[in-house]
Write a protein that binds this ligand. Structure first.
Ligand code: ADP
Ligand code: MG
Length: 296
């Protein structure tokens, strides 16, 4: 059966400029990645900061071109010259990024933000536009009173909902969520995750959920791919068994999650010599005046 999204051997290099310390060189940020995503499912991309997750997301969103590889959306090659700017295909992919405040125009009201994709892709009368924005806000559990407000006049959680409304405005099949809930406090994070799950069930949406946070990925994803230094180092089909992640890069992030109970925290005996020395050095600086000297 044909997958909704399939990418094969995607690679992308960036040229790092020459500095005093190092000559210019080409760095492979995404290295030969192949993955599949089925309709109505969520694929989680997990990895530490700088592992290339966002670059991969931007390639799939069509914001960036890979050096090589194939990107198939419902069997259509998105990288073919004729399809690159094809609005009919592109409208099926919605986007949402971590920092909602920087991904919206501060001079736009909530209504303008949600209406933007509708104005870009569809011809609607003014009355119809208002109605559709109202409906979209209702879907994300926001009242229509918010329509005249500016981003700085609403809370972070509300703005996140506005961005979800914008992302689903054109009824896309796929939404790319790049660290979409990472900047929110835990309570709002949970509310937004529940909303995403509800929307997925209601509209059969597929998500590409990019995050460095294993807990949020575990809640939403059906399958997890771990990225490290531009490569997929392991995949996990059963998200209820996160403890089975075995690659050192996965373990590092997994072990850094604080347990619910303080008693479950790492004991000193669990640290190796290098870790212990580092802890001692940090402690020394914190409890001596050296820190003040270092900062000033
Ligand atoms: N436009 C760019 N030009 C040069 N280097 C880039 C660019 N975008 C990302 N990088 C580099 O690529 C690496 C991966 O970045 P990114 O995809 O943002 O990782 P992640 O989202 O996993 O934190 C980083 O080392 C980053 O500095
Ligand atoms: Mg990123």
């Amino acid at each position: 059966m044909m997958s909704m999204l399939e990418f094969k051997n995607i690679s992308k290099s960036y040229c790092m400029k020459e500095t005093i310390m190092a000559p210019s060189k080409s760095v492979k940020v995404v290295n030969n990645i192949s993955l599949k995503l089925e309709r109505g499912k969520c694929l989680g991309i997990f990895g530490r900061s700088g592992s290339g997750k966002s670059t991969l997301g931007r390639i799939i969103a069509g914001i960036e071109q890979p050096d090589c590889g194939e990107l198939l959306f419902n069997g259509i090659n998105m990288l073919a010259k004729t399809n690159r700017n094809n609005k009919g295909i592109r409208r099926n992919i919605g986007l949402m990024f971590q920092d909602c405040y920087s991904s919206v125009n501060p001079r736009f009201t909530t209504k303008d933000i949600v209406a933007e994709p509708l104005l870009n892709y569809e011809k609607c009368s003014s009355a119809e536009l208002t109605k559709r924005v109202e409906k979209l806000l209702e879907v994300v559990n926001l009242s229509s009173d918010i329509m005249g407000k500016y981003p700085h006049e609403i809370s972070g959680g509300q703005l996140q909902r506005v961005c979800i409304a914008r992302a689903i405005a054109l009824k896309p099949q796929l939404i790319i969520l790049d660290e979409a809930v990472s900047s929110l406090d835990v309570l709002v994070q949970m509310q937004i995750m529940d909303l995403l799950i509800q929307l997925q069930k209601e509209f059969g949406l597929s998500y590409l959920f990019i995050s460095h946070d294993l807990q949020t990925i575990g809640k939403l994803a059906h399958e997890i791919a771990v990225m490290d230094q531009g490569q997929i180092v392991e995949t996990l089909q059963d998200v209820h068994a996160l403890h089975r992640l075995s690659h050192p890069a996965s373990r590092l992030l997994f072990d850094s999650v604080l347990p619910m109970h303080p008693g479950g925290r790492k004991k000193f005996g669990c640290f190796n010599r290098l870790e212990l020395s580092l802890i001692m050095i940090v402690n020394y600086f914190i409890f001596s005046n050296h820190l003040v000297v270092l900062i000033t």
